[in-house]
Design a protein around this ligand. Structure first.
Ligand SMILES: *Cc1c(COP(=O)(O)O)cnc(C)c1O
Length: 403
């Protein structure tokens, strides 16, 4: 027996960020004095909120004491954190989500990737395009995506284009789908869905007995009033939606690792409660997020932790505004960046391809972007600039582009 899972053999090597690193390396070698400003990767750069740091120090000290040390915790997370989430992220917004419907984890990437474990073969998937690549690749690994077509798409996935021509609002599918992945505020486009648009998707899911997997990793970046923070603000969503959240972008936890997934008791598939199934899956394959990171995450729900985390978000959103305004002044068509830390930019007529514009910005402006086509075929003709940087470097990058 020497056969590996054939689904893994269908996957193309992950290429986007290694290709960017390769091109950067080649350029830097030929131009050793060039000071490249990296606005490509979606990772935070500012120190964590002091309240979180203090809470994590205290948690470490508890582990040092025989009376307060902790071993395995509850797989779905400590009640102190699940209760805080239930109260602050839901009840305070008029949404009733009980702690038993909240599963704390080591982050949203693993949960969004693992959730399709609960479903059998032949499920009909709808995924927006461009998209956070995890949903597609994880479903491919699980055998849910069919076969690759050689042009970056999979036969078993219905792609839902989100681009300038539909105002970055995916259109409802003509045919039946079982599961639809939605991520709003969106990575990579930085755009959002207003309440009325999201309601159309919830209504579709209820009508078609479909499920919506709603990734709201960027929820804290929402600044506009009519943008829903949670899909459960929409009537009926508690019967058809799973919501994924993360402390990574909320409070700089990309290196700490903590997030959570909401599985309401009323969400059923073939009469089976997904809450019970996900619990069964997690208690088998996951032993819980660390006590230290959960204590750190709970501190975000204290008044000072909240204020400090929001100050971080404000810092990044100011960069997003700097980027948006400068790129618009330079004559580029820009999207997003108002409720998200990403600005999605249409490539100019002389560089219709994402990679060509990437190369131009690197060589002529020494600014590193992410080519939109790396997020899916509908991302061709766009690049993404990330606001996760210092004010100084963001301004410097924009000055270079305006020069
Ligand atoms: C960053 C990000 C996440 C968060 O992943 P973690 O594993 O919690 O760090 C989830 N979804 C999207 C779309 C993201 O961009």
């Amino acid at each position: 027996m020497d056969k590996i899972n054939p689904n893994f053999q269908k996957l193309a090597p992950s290429y986007l960020f290694s290709e960017i690193a390769h091109r950067m390396g080649t350029y830097q070698e030929a131009n050793p004095t060039a000071k490249l400003i990296k606005m490509g990767i979606g990772d935070v750069t500012r120190p964590l909120p002091p309240a979180c740091i203090r809470a994590m120090h205290e948690a470490v000290d508890e582990l040092a004491n025989v009376r307060t040390m902790k071993g395995y915790g509850p797989e779905a997370g400590y009640l102190f954190l699940r209760q805080a989430i239930s109260d602050a992220d839901y009840k305070a917004r008029g949404v009733d989500i009980a702690p038993s419907e909240i599963f704390v984890s080591d982050g949203a990437k693993s949960d969004t990737a693992n959730f399709s474990d609960l479903f059998g073969s032949g499920i009909k998937l709808g995924i927006t395009n461009p998209v956070y690549p995890v949903y597609v690749d994880a479903n491919a690994m699980g055998g849910h995506a069919g076969d690759p077509d050689g042009r970056g798409n999979w036969s078993g996935i219905t792609y839902l284009p989100t681009n300038a021509s539909n105002g970055f609002v995916p259109e409802l599918p003509k045919a039946h789908l079982d599961i639809i992945y939605l991520c709003f505020p969106n990575n990579p486009t930085g755009t959002t869905l207003k309440k009325a648009r999201l309601k159309e998707w919830v209504d579709y899911a209820l009508r078609e007995k479909a499920l919506i997997f709603f990734d709201s990793a960027y929820e804290r970046f929402i600044t506009e009033d009519d943008v829903p923070h949670s899909i459960y603000e929409i009537e009926g969503a508690k019967e058809c939606a799973i919501e994924f959240r993360s402390f990574s972008k909320t409070a700089g936890f990309t290196g700490v690792r903590c997030g959570y997934t909401v599985v309401p008791h009323d969400v059923k598939s073939n009469g089976v409660e997904l809450n019970a199934l996900w619990s069964r899956r997690q208690t088998t394959k996951f032993n819980g997020a660390s006590y230290i990171s959960q204590k750190g995450a709970a501190a975000i729900y204290t008044p000072e932790g909240h204020e400090e985390a929001m100050a971080l978000i404000k810092y990044y959103l100011e960069n997003a505004r700097t980027i948006r305004e400068a790129m618009a002044r330079a004559g580029y068509e820009c999207f997003g960046g108002v409720n998200a830390p990403y600005v999605w930019i249409k490539t100019p007529a002389d560089f219709p391809k994402s990679w060509d514009f990437f190369q131009y910005l690197m060589e002529e402006k020494n600014v590193i972007s992410t080519p939109g086509v790396g997020f899916g075929s509908e991302g061709e003709g766009y690049i993404r600039l990330s606001a996760f940087n210092t004010h100084e470097l963001t301004k410097e990058a924009m000055n270079r582009i305006l020069r």
